[in-house]
Design a protein around this ligand. Structure first.
Ligand SMILES: NC(=O)c1ccc[n+]([C@@H]2O[C@H](COP(=O)([O-])OP(=O)(O)OC[C@H]3O[C@@H](n4cnc5c(N)ncnc54)[C@H](O)[C@@H]3O)[C@@H](O)[C@H]2O)c1
Length: 313
């Protein structure tokens, strides 16, 4: 029997979720909700889904799916995910899992109580190149990580499409999660700068001192009028380093210098891998371990410190 999924939020990213679910043989969408009922109905018609409406909680009560994907705006994530968990329904919650660490706490507690769980949508934990980088670090080949730098620039339509969410919460949250994962610890002394001050269409830089000794340096910009510069990661470690440019290369330096052909890693279907993992956890009755609600909480604590450094709590 297919694992039955519901979707909250049939916007741009909700539709990406629907496309990947269609590629998973043992998963099926049984309900779609969107505050904008036309969006829910259009998506339901396109995917042959019978139950749709404006209120995901009504639909969850009525259709009793095995899991729900919450791809509505960040402000709605905690109340919707809490309601799902109360109904015993596991939730894949898009990033940011919550708007603040304190808002996230009841959800982290509900997840810990179980049996229904939260899988935070930190999709890069499911990306083949990122997993390869984490494996190289984990192998000890380049030694302890001394610095983690990342940039994630987006075109300036983001400043218009997402006026209600800070670029740190929307875009940099991915790199905060990568830094937590790849350095193996959280960070303190978080400082942020933005230019122009207070603008959505801006460049933001964050530095921090990781508690495993790594210095963090993260940048995100929503200023590019056209195509933005590609995402990059640079890691400096005691016996080498790694440079990664999304879609182009992974280069390892130091004792074992090499270039890793991204084609060798296969297609980078990170969202497909993430949703497949959600389906696997539901089917196997397993709690997520690749990324957890506690990991997402740790990221929100750093993001909160960065916002506070900008005076934007
Ligand atoms: N993992 C990633 O890389 C990634 C990329 C893009 C977006 N996202 C996340 O996905 C989520 C949605 O982003 P988007 O770009 O699709 O935004 P969007 O604005 O295109 O879509 C959001 C949809 O949610 C609907 N909605 C609002 N309140 C709702 C509610 N209470 N119940 C049901 N539906 C509701 C809106 O009507 C809209 O159709 C955000 O949390 C965003 O951060 C993640």
């Amino acid at each position: 029997m297919a694992v039955k999924l519901a979707l909250a939020g049939a916007g741009l990213f909700g539709q990406e979720h629907l496309s990947v679910i269609a590629r998973i043989p043992d998963a099926q969408v049984v309900a779609i909700a969107d505050r904008n009922e036309t969006a829910a109905r259009t998506a339901a018609e396109r995917h042959g889904v019978k139950d749709w409406g404006g209120d995901i909680i009504d639909l969850l009560r009525h259709t009793r799916p095995d899991g729900v994907i919450i791809a509505s705006p960040g402000q709605t994530h905690v109340p919707l995910a809490l309601a799902a968990l109360e109904l015993g329904i596991p939730a894949l919650v898009e990033k940011p899992m919550a708007m603040t660490a304190s808002q996230a706490l009841p959800l982290v507690e509900a997840d810990a109580r179980g049996p229904a769980f939260v899988l935070p949508g930190h999709v890069l934990r499911f990306s083949a190149p990122h997993r390869r980088i984490a494996d190289i670090i984990g192998s000890g080949e380049i030694g302890r990580v001394l610095s983690f730098s990342a940039r994630r620039h987006r075109d300036d339509s983001h400043a218009v499409r997402y006026p209600d969410i800070d670029p740190i919460m929307m875009t940099m949250i991915h790199d905060i999660d990568l830094a937590l994962w790849m350095t193996g610890g959280t960070a303190r002394d978080v400082h942020a700068w933005r230019s122009p001050d207070g603008a959505q269409r801006s460049q933001t830089m964050v530095t921090a001192k990781g508690d495993t000794g790594a210095v963090w340096s993260l940048a995100t910009s929503w200023t590019y009028p056209g195509e933005a510069a590609p995402d990059r990661i640079e890691i400096v470690a005691e016996r080498g380093g790694i440079d990664f440019e999304t879609g182009t290369y992974i280069r390892q330096y130091g004792d074992k210098p090499r270039s890793i052909d991204l084609a060798e890693l296969g297609p980078d279907d990170s969202l497909l891998n993430e949703v497949s993992y959600f389906v696997h956890c539901i089917r196997a009755g397993e709690r997520p371990s690749v990324v957890t609600a506690r990991d997402a909480l740790a990221g929100l604590e750093i993001a909160g410190a960065a916002l506070s450094s900008l005076g934007r709590e």
